[in-house]
Design a protein around this ligand. Structure first.
Ligand code: ATP
Length: 232
């Protein structure tokens, strides 16, 4: 099943190309890694896919709809690099509020909030404010929010950045466990942490997609498959 396609996708800020001529054709299935150095255009690409910003040129189709189409509400969710948690409300209050925005009733929203907190093993922090949580716990709560309503596609912008190894591993294990039901695109500076998790790797450099690789997972090891293709 086609997950998303982009054609000649570009984003300019003045004369600066944050993203230039990106063509993607991604299938639903194993998580997809979006890898590249600082300033490569990873956040720009994820923001375009979420509909947070509009392309300067090109076209995006996600699950058969144009990016940003209201029909994708609840089907696609995004965890921005800096998260979305408000320090003034408890974890349960803000996850429930997010559920209400998705059209759930008060009780349903609370139940859904507790369900996703259980997925990230943080049901005990439901009544806590985000300021009392460690950085890693805050990230996991933000991922829980992204999982509210069981979206079909979840975009995670550098979810393990700045995390200690244990929390980074917990997030990778969470993605692995959820990937049976949900499609993920995860950005990172380095492939090492994602290669055992992902089926496809997209390399961005200076706003251009330079390579798209398929990884075959065999017995815990990953191999570049014959479908490796250079985009240059
Ligand atoms: P990082 O790993 O550091 O988060 P990134 O791969 O996510 O980097 P982007 O944040 O997408 O890269 O930025 C790509 C380029 O576009 C960079 O040169 C950045 O400075 C530029 N850029 C991004 N957003 C804007 C903006 N709002 N205005 C001007 N330039 C921008």
């Amino acid at each position: 099943m086609s997950l998303l396609t982009t054609q000649s996708l570009s984003k300019y800020y003045g004369s600066k190309a944050a993203l230039e001529g990106v063509d993607l054709a991604l299938e639903a299935g194993a998580p997809i890694a979006l890898v590249g150095p600082n300033g490569a255009g990873k956040t720009t690409l994820l923001s375009l896919l979420c509909g947070f910003i509009k392309p300067s040129k090109g076209k995006i189709t996600i699950l058969g709809q144009a990016a940003g189409d209201p029909a994708l509400l609840g089907r696609v969710s995004c965890l921005p690099q800096d998260g979305l948690l408000d320090p003034n409300f408890t974890v349960l209050q803000q996850l429930s509020f997010f559920g209400r925005l998705q059209g759930l009733g008060h009780r349903q929203a609370q139940d859904e909030a507790m369900r996703v907190l259980t997925l990230v093993d943080l049901q005990t922090v439901a009544q806590s404010k985000p300021t009392t949580l460690s950085h890693g716990m805050g990230k996991r709560v933000a991922i829980a929010q992204a999982l509210m309503g069981s979206p079909e596609l979840v975009l995670l912008d550098e979810p393990t950045a700045g995390l200690d190894p244990a929390n980074a591993r917990a997030i990778r294990e969470l993605v692995r466990a959820q990937s049976a039901n949900t499609n993920f695109i995860i950005s990172s500076h380095n492939l090492d942490e994602l290669e055992k998790l992902c089926g496809t790797v997209l390399y961005l450099e200076q706003g251009r997609l330079t390579q798209s690789l398929s990884l075959e997972q065999q017995g815990g090891a990953s191999f570049l498959s014959l479908s490796m293709q250079s985009c240059e």
